[in-house]
Design a binder for this molecule. Sequence first.
Ligand code: 2NL
Length: 366
Amino acid sequence: MENLDQQQAATLAAIAEAGTPEAVEAIRVSALGKQGWVSALLKSLGGMTPDQRQSEGPKIHAAREAVTAALADRKNALESAALEARLAAETVDLSLPAPQAPRGSVHPVSQVMDELAEIFADMGFAAASGPEIEDDWHNFTALNMPETHPARAMHDTFYFPDKDAEGRSMLLRTHTSPVQIRSMIAQGAPIRIIAPGRVYRSDSDATHTPMFHQIEGLVIDKGIHLGHLKWTLETFLKAFFERDDIVLRLRPSYFPFTEPSVEVDVGYTLINGKRVVGGSGDAENGGWMEVLGSGMVNRKVIEFGGLDPDEWQGFAFGTGVDRLAMLKYGMDDLRAFFDGDVRWLGHYGFGALDVPTLSGGVGVRS
Ligand code: 2NL
């Protein structure tokens, strides 16, 4: 059995020296493999007398265990060393500056909608929204627009081919007024809301796009009169254009949903051939520009909203967000608003963090 001790010592020494997993595997085969010396010794037990077997068996088994354990230890050690080497080689330098990702910008229409929401929130108006696919009752009938009203024609409105379950014609809303009808019915009075959003009309030329953005406002309460309307719109326009010298001109007009109806003009001054909002439109170099339509809510509309017009009165107004944005930020082509040209957006867009606030300025640009 000297032979066994020698072979075991030689094998353990070889294992200790093995530098690669392949070398460890070769030693395993030479010792424990079918032709290996440990396997040969185990087989030799079969030809021994019981006495020999009793004295040699434990030694042979001990040798096998010692070799097996040494192989496993060496394999583990080599694997950890390989992992350490990889970790050392593959470190990431977190202090390196990351490549600059392209940054988007906030579209002027979104920016102006945010400004409007901020200004009106300060006056106690909540922002309301509703479906862009409407039925003709909410879009027309409830707004006192009879079956014969020209705006109902296919020529002006995008209709869907199928009617809804109640037999109503379905269409793309032509204004955000149905949102306010829905609010009246759902929440009752008093009401102070704005309804900003996309609206659709079958119209397309240099100054009209089939989809555009509108904002409407609705106040319903007791004892509301034209004075409240005038103060609200004047306060809004001063905050929006960020000027104290805003002068309004109210002209009588007609809308089916308001009575009386007023068109609101704002005075501007021509500076280097450009219209700058502010000052009386009657001054030299001045002029008037229509910016809003409004009026006292028609009694019939209050009734369609489920309220008693002898108890509740109100005013409403509406205007185009795209046009407001053009006026304030000096863009002169409406169609560029919907082209999605990133160069245009890069020039006219706003930073995502330039959130409009009354204290910081609603129209800040960093
Ligand atoms: C315009 C004029 C206007 C309204 C919208 C309205 C809504 C309800 C009741 C009564 Cl629910 N009125 N909205 C009133 C007057 C004018 O818009 O020139 N829009 C672009």
